[in-house]
Design a protein around this ligand. Structure first.
Ligand SMILES: *[C@@H]1O[C@H](CO)[C@@H](O)[C@H](O)[C@H]1NC(C)=O
Ligand SMILES: *[C@@H]1O[C@H](CO)[C@@H](O)[C@H](O)[C@H]1NC(C)=O
Ligand SMILES: *[C@@H]1O[C@H](CO)[C@@H](O)[C@H](O)[C@H]1NC(C)=O
Length: 198
């Protein structure tokens, strides 16, 4: 995610007039968020629309720094937006089930954030991280998204065409409200859900 974080920061400033998403894993204070918001054209929350903090890591633990970042973003933007966060699920042998992971992740977020609604992004990326059994990976993602939806969370998948093919193959049967997104390193973030889902 290192490269992605860097690119995503660039989006904030370069594409200040479009909807901008960015994520980060290092601590960001309320003042730093305010500074970033003030630095974008116009200086309103219209410019820095979304911050997506990491809430869960691939070692199966919640990310306290990431959750605090989301809280700081909420404070800096005066609770203007529904908070968003991403989880990198634990997918190796011995990890908790997909539904247990999303339940724990949401419990940590709920305990820390002064909010009842949340958009959950699931990071489906990485070489030699996910098991090679694509069918099992499909079940895992389906279980995770299903549990997230039944907890009342809106879900999106963050992936790339290459990673999606590698990890789950030709898998198009997620719920239609779960969008697939990727970062396009030519500078324009693009949603290509229509390509993947019916
Ligand atoms: C951001 O702008 C607001 C409103 O103009 C101002 O009150 C605040 O001090 C600024 N914060 C920073 C960190 O620049
Ligand atoms: C919780 O959020 C509300 C806005 O939804 C805000 O007015 C209130 O100050 C927040 N409480 C804390 C402890 O941050
Ligand atoms: C792959 O996973 C599926 C679903 O869990 C399982 O039915 C199948 O036996 C697995 N295939 C192999 C080769 O392990």
């Amino acid at each position: 995610m290192k490269l992605l974080n860097f690119i995503a920061f660039l989006f904030v400033f370069k594409y200040a007039n479009s909807s901008v998403y960015f994520d980060a894993i290092q601590p960001i204070t309320v003042a730093q968020f305010q500074c970033a918001i003030n630095s974008t054209v116009g200086g309103t929350t219209e410019q820095l629309k979304y911050f997506i903090g990491r809430i869960w890591t691939s070692n199966g633990k919640s990310d306290k720094t990431g959750i605090q970042n989301i809280q700081n973003f909420l404070t800096a933007t005066n609770y203007f937006l529904v908070p968003q966060g991403y989880m990198f699920p634990c997918v190796s042998d011995g990890c908790p089930s997909a539904s247990d992971q999303v339940k724990s992740a949401w419990n940590s977020v709920k305990a820390s954030l002064n909010t009842s609604s949340f958009v959950l992004w699931v990071d489906v990326e990485g070489e030699n991280i996910w098991p090679t059994n694509k069918t099992a990976n499909q079940f895992f993602i389906q279980e995770l998204v299903g549990q997230a939806n039944s907890l009342g969370l809106r879900t999106n998948i963050f992936t790339s065409k290459t990673y999606w093919d590698l990890i789950v193959g030709n898998f198009k049967t997620l719920s239609t409200s779960t969008l697939l997104w990727y970062a396009n390193y030519d500078g324009q973030p693009v949603c290509y859900r229509k390509y993947f889902l019916k």
